[in-house]
Write a protein that binds this ligand. Structure first.
Ligand code: UDP
Ligand code: MG
Length: 169
């Protein structure tokens, strides 16, 4: 089984929609194997968004600094989800980075509508509810950055009999 990182951003926590968004992942059969609420500092997000995510290199200083400031506006909830090709499945459910472009039915498409231009015009990062690892390499690095081994749990979900050999009802 593959693991991926999600982070409920400050806009999701402050809007009180963490539960209903999380329900979508549980309903799809993804298993929560780690979770915590925390308020990381600039350096933690620098490593997350540039050291691993190359956002500053891709988008420039202004967008990068706006995004880091927006992420520090309140606590976030980080989770590790596990499932069959979890990285790709979760990204599909999360949708396009820009909420305006994100399809209806995706988390960003259903819960937000802002644009890159509007967010940049007010010096904010795009408030798009949730972070999700983009590929398996990023997932591995992000999980190591956000969680220690002892914070990740190993247990059986009842529906794993449908996805794993040797598991019985
Ligand atoms: N972001 C932004 N403006 C941009 C690009 C990105 O505010 O032009 C923010 C947005 O919140 C996004 C995050 O920076 O989710 C990370 O950007 P990335 O390109 O990695 O998108 P993601 O992987 O989150 O879809
Ligand atoms: Mg990314």
């Amino acid at each position: 089984m593959e693991k991926t990182l999600i982070v409920f951003k400050p806009d999701a926590v402050q809007r009180g929609i963490v539960g209903e968004v999380l329900t979508r992942f549980e309903r799809a059969g993804l298993k929560i194997v780690g979770t915590k609420m925390l308020q990381p500092d600039y350096d933690h997000f620098y490593q997350h968004y540039e050291g691993i995510g190359t956002l500053k290199s891709r988008k420039g200083d202004e967008i990068f600094e706006s995004q880091l400031a927006s992420m520090q506006e309140g606590p976030v909830i980080a989770m590790v989800l596990e499932g069959v090709e979890a990285v790709e499945t979760v990204r599909k459910m999360v949708g396009d980075t820009e909420p305006k472009k994100a399809a209806p039915g995706t988390i960003r498409g259903d819960y937000a509508h802002v644009t890159y231009g509007q967010a940049a015009s007010i010096g904010r990062g795009v408030a798009n509810i949730i972070h999700a690892s983009a590929d398996s390499d990023e997932a591995q690095k992000e999980i190591n950055h956000w969680f220690s081994d002892s914070e990740l749990h190993d247990y059986s979900a009842v529906h794993e009999k449908f996805t794993q050999p040797g598991k019985k009802a």
